[in-house]
Design a protein around this ligand. Structure first.
Ligand SMILES: Nc1ncnc2c1ncn2[C@@H]1O[C@H](COP(=O)(O)OP(=O)(O)O)[C@@H](O)[C@H]1O
Ligand SMILES: CC(=O)N[C@@H](CCC(=O)OP(=O)(O)O)C(=O)O
Length: 294
C-alpha cells in the first residue's frame, strides 16, 4: 500500500475518534520490552494530540509475581485473580503505584505530553468491597476460598479523571482501590479498565497484552471479530482461561454498558495500537454488541 492510501485509510477514523474517550489497558505482559513500551506510549501520546481523551490503566502482574518469588512467597491465582494477603498487597502497592505508574508518567513526558499517576484510592476514584468467598472445584467437590485483600468495584467517581482530561493531562491509573472505611484493596487491572471505560462513557476499551487476540482452543487462530454472544460461548466451552477471563469479562461489561468496541491487541509488536484503531482490518480482536459492518 502506498503512503497516500495509508493516510486516506486512517483519516476517517481520526475524524470519527476526535474528542472521544479511549481507555487503554497496558497489561503487565505487554510492558516487558522497554523499546516497544516506548512506542506504545508514543502512540498513546499521538492519540492525545489528534484530539482523543486518552486514559491509561496499567497492570503489572508479572512484576508483582517476580517480587513475591524473590521474597519466597508463592503466587496463587483463582479465576485470573491473585490471592492477596497483607504482605502481597504491600508488594502490589509498591510495584503498581510506586514503580510502574511513575515510569509510565516519565515515558509520557519523554514523548512530549503530560501524564498524571492516580491510584484508585486518590480522590475516592474507585470504591470497592472485599470480594466474597469464591467457590472452586477441588476434585469432585466444591470448596470456598478467600482471595484476601482483593476488591470488587462498587463505585467509580470519574470526576477526578474528567478534571485531568479537561486540563489536558493523560491520567495513568493504577489498579488499586479503597473500601468505604479506607482500607486498601488489590483490583485486577482489566476489571478496573472496563469499569473506568463505562464510567467515562468511553468509545473504546483497548487491552494490550501478549497474544495476538482471542484465540481458538488450540491457539492456532485469532478471532478478529466477536459479538457478546460469541464471547459467552467461548467462555462456556473452556476456550478462555487464566488472565483472559477477567479481560473478556471486563470487555463484555464495557460493551454491554455502551462502549462501542472492546479490543484485545498484542502490545508486543510496534504500533499495533495505531494499526488496530486506524486500519479497516485491525490487527487484534474487536468485541462489539452485535456484528457491525465496517
Ligand atoms: N482463548 C485464549 N486466547 C488467547 N489467550 C488466552 C486464551 N485463553 C487464555 N489465554 C491466556 O491469557 C493470557 C493473557 O492474559 P494475562 O496473562 O493476564 O495478560 P496481561 O498481563 O497482558 O493482562 C495469554 O498470554 C494466554 O496465555
Ligand atoms: C486482584 C489481582 O489479580 N490484581 C492484579 C493487579 C495487576 C494486574 O492485573 O496486572 P496484569 O494486567 O498485568 O495482569 C495482580 O495482583 O496481579
Amino acid at each position: 500500500m502506498n503512503r497516500q492510501s495509508v493516510l486516506m485509510e486512517a483519516l476517517p477514523y481520526i475524524r470519527k475518534f476526535h474528542g472521544k474517550t479511549i481507555v487503554i489497558k497496558l497489561g503487565g505482559h505487554a510492558m516487558v520490552d522497554p523499546k516497544i513500551m516506548n512506542t506504545v506510549i508514543e502512540d498513546a501520546v499521538l492519540l492525545h494530540y489528534v484530539g482523543m481523551r486518552v486514559v491509561l490503566v496499567h497492570g503489572g502482574g508479572p512484576e508483582i509475581t517476580q517480587k513475591m518469588q524473590a521474597l519466597g512467597k508463592e503466587p496463587k491465582f483463582i479465576g485470573g485473580l491473585r490471592v492477596t494477603d497483607a504482605e502481597t498487597l504491600e508488594i502490589a502497592q509498591m510495584v503498581l503505584a510506586g514503580k510502574i505508574s511513575s515510569a509510565i508518567v516519565s515515558l509520557i513526558a519523554k514523548n512530549g505530553a503530560r501524564g498524571v499517576g492516580v491510584s484508585g484510592n486518590d480522590g475516592g476514584l474507585v470504591i470497592a468491597e472485599k470480594m466474597p468467598l469464591k467457590k472452586i472445584k477441588v476434585g469432585d467437590h466444591e470448596e470456598e476460598v478467600d482471595l484476601g485483600f482483593v476488591g470488587e468495584i462498587r463505585e467509580i467517581n470519574s470526576k477526578l479523571l474528567e478534571t485531568l482530561l479537561d486540563a489536558g493531562y493523560i491520567p495513568v491509573v493504577s489498579p488499586l482501590a479503597i473500601d468505604r472505611k479506607g482500607n486498601d484493596l488489590n483490583i485486577n487491572a482489566d476489571t478496573m479498565a472496563g469499569e473506568i471505560a463505562v464510567a467515562l462513557k468511553a468509545f473504546k476499551l483497548i487491552s494490550l497484552t501478549d497474544v495476538d487476540g482471542v484465540m481458538d482452543k488450540d491457539r492456532t487462530k485469532v478471532f478478529h471479530r466477536l459479538t457478546l454472544k460469541n464471547v459467552d460461548a467461548l467462555m462456556a466451552d473452556g476456550t478462555i482461561s487464566g488472565g483472559m477471563i477477567p479481560k473478556l469479562e471486563a470487555s463484555m461489561i464495557a460493551v454491554r454498558h455502551g462502549v462501542e468496541g472492546a479490543h484485545i491487541v498484542n502490545g508486543n509488536a510496534e504500533h499495533n495500537l495505531l494499526l488496530e484503531l486506524f486500519t479497516d482490518d485491525g490487527v487484534g480482536t474487536m468485541i462489539t454488541a452485535s456484528m457491525i459492518c465496517l
